[in-house]
Design a binder for this molecule. Structure first.
Ligand code: FES
Ligand code: FES
Length: 158
């Protein structure tokens, strides 16, 4: 029998007071307990970036963290970036520049790049390539993702 631990965590602006097993991964907590399946799980060992979330505004691999580590912290998942009616400018740019195909990697790219553009609102192409170097995409060949980030940077400055 395992003992559950009480945690309180803010996710996309809502506070969740929850009880979790100590071994529960943060990615599984978000997906299975909270139903936020926009956070995807690919490699489950920190390589692909599909599970990236914003943890206190910093990109983090949720497959490498336990849910208990989120106690007292704030998380934003892809669901918290925008809605279909009110997309984040980066989401709009991904749509307009065809920065996704199957979409499996997209939540991880978006969360990574939202933080990146906040820190570097006027990036060079080299900066963007560096920023996405930790996220794997099997479909796009990356070029349209780069174009989407350039487009988003322009949108966010205007
Ligand atoms: S699922 Fe977390 S980095 Fe791949
Ligand atoms: S769009 Fe399919 S993995 Fe990136």
């Amino acid at each position: 029998m395992s003992t559950k631990i009480a945690i309180s965590v803010k996710v996309n602006g809502l506070v969740y007071d929850w009880e979790v097993e100590p071994r529960l991964l943060l990615s599984d907590f978000l997906r299975h307990d909270l139903g936020l399946t926009g956070t995807h799980v690919g490699c489950e060992h920190g390589v692909c970036g599909a599970c990236t979330i914003l943890f206190d505004d910093e990109p983090a691999r949720s497959c490498l963290m336990f849910a208990v580590m989120a106690h007292g912290h704030e998380i934003i998942t892809v669901e918290g970036l925008g809605t279909i009616d009110h997309m984040h400018p980066l989401q709009q740019a991904f749509q307009e520049a065809h920065g996704l195909q199957c979409g499996f990697c997209t939540p991880g790219f978006l969360t990574t790049l939202v933080a990146f553009l906040k820190e570097n609102p006027n990036p060079t192409e080299e900066d963007i390539r560096e920023a996405v170097s930790g996220n794997l995409c099997r479909c796009t060949g990356y070029q349209n993702i780069i174009e989407a980030v350039k487009l988003a940077a322009g949108k966010m400055q205007s």
